[in-house]
Design a protein. Structure first.
Ligand code: TXA
Ligand code: MG
Length: 349
């Protein structure tokens, strides 16, 4: 199969440019598309066979459910039971459309192929014009995981989608680089309580403006214990992994830099901040050092992380060492993705 790439200026395109994409979706085929978080791999969410094909194209484990994308939170009630959810309308008013996904009790119209048999469905209204146009032109809700091969870093550019999906899907809608660069915040609701299942651009601090009862699932920052049933199936997989193993290094500033130098001499890779790149350069190290953003700029870290992880696949290193980052606000999402890339392997130096 050849993969057709359609370039779209997200600020100025016509729905007609997506008419072929809409036909593909209605025909049960897959289309990768821009969202504000990461690229998605879309299928008609009401078509079981199309959703099965998503799992196949991504080589995704068959117990990890898909997020369903719709145009407006007003559409949620077609697919989920939204009654008795006292927080939902305020969450919708504050954060939708945007990078927030809510897990709700599903209605029968959503096939098991989407939810892998769970009684809940994850719903999200993307804000990106290309994602919205694809939903509009297709005329159906779009089930879409991130458009990477399972286990690989999520794609933040169409070129990343091509790396993983070329020849596996008929079309990529290239609406430019993803603004946020990390996947949506995923929450479930329990009366007046919000449970954070996956941190993202909508932060705990943001959610606390809606209710003070925000519980962070323990799996956000630590490995699930053997035999514990995950609140969200995605929690149990190693994610975002480059080909070489990654370890997070904790310690005093000077000890960490000295450790990085030692590992660079051994031929390892260092995934670090812009500031470390300058410091290591002064010490004579440049090769195998890749930055994911500035230490003081969480937005730059979020948008740079997955690209930096992918860039390590173009260099051959036996091991990658990285740093811890702030866990405040957007830092929680960055730490969560980094820790998962490390499969929670951390060392103190
Ligand atoms: O930003 C995003 O959310 C992107 C774009 C494309 O919208 N999508 C995305 O999908 O990240 P995916 O499949 O890579 O991640 C979906 C996560 C998984 O961790 C999955 O386990 C969880 O959402 N999830 C989906 N349905 C769920 C459910 N019913 N209950 C609990 N977790 C669910
Ligand atoms: Mg994913």
């Amino acid at each position: 199969m050849t993969t057709k790439i359609i370039q779209l200026d997200p600020n100025s395109f016509a729905d007609e440019q997506l008419s072929e994409a809409g036909e593909l979706i209605r025909d049960g085929q897959l289309v990768a598309f821009s969202t504000e978080t990461v690229y998605g791999l879309g299928a008609n969410a009401l078509d079981s066979a199309a959703c099965d094909a998503v799992f196949e194209a991504k080589m995704r484990p068959h117990d990890n459910p898909l997020i369903v994308h719709v145009l407006s939170p007003a559409d949620f009630s077609q697919y989920a039971h939204t009654e008795n959810q006292p927080l939902l309308s305020e969450l919708a008013r504050r954060f939708m459309p945007g990078p927030l996904t809510v897990v709700l009790p599903k209605k029968d119209i959503i096939p098991d192929a989407v939810t892998v048999g769970l009684s809940t469905v994850a719903l999200r209204c993307p804000s990106h014009p290309v994602a919205r146009a694809l939903i509009r032109v297709s005329g159906c809700p779009i089930a879409a995981p991130s458009a990477n091969l399972s286990g690989r870093p999520s794609p933040t550019a169409a070129s990343h989608v091509s790396e993983d999906m070329d020849g596996r899907i008929p079309m990529i809608l290239d609406g430019g680089e993803a603004e946020v660069g990390l996947e949506s915040t995923v929450i479930s609701l329990n009366g007046d309580e919000i449970r954070l299942l996956r941190p993202g651009f909508i932060t705990v601090e943001d959610l606390k403006t809606v209710t003070d009862q925000v519980v962070i699932s323990p799996a956000v920052l630590s490995a699930l214990e053997q035999g514990v049933r995950p609140e969200s199936p995605g929690m149990k997989y190693r994610h975002y992994a480059p080909k070489s193993p990654v370890t997070m290094v904790f310690g005093e500033e000077n000890s960490v830099l000295a450790f990085f130098c030692k590992k660079l001499r051994e031929g390892c890779g260092i995934l670090c901040f812009d500031e470390d790149v300058s410091a290591l350069k002064k010490l004579g190290f440049e090769k195998n050092v890749i930055s994911f953003g500035s230490r003081s700029d969480l937005l730059s870290q979020a948008s740079g992380l997955f690209d930096a992880l992918r860039r390590f696949d173009t260099v051959s290193v036996p091991h990658i060492y990285t740093r811890e980052t702030s866990r405040d606000e957007l830092g929680l999402a960055i730490s969560n993705r980094l820790l998962r890339a490390c499969a929670f392997n951390c060392i103190e130096v």
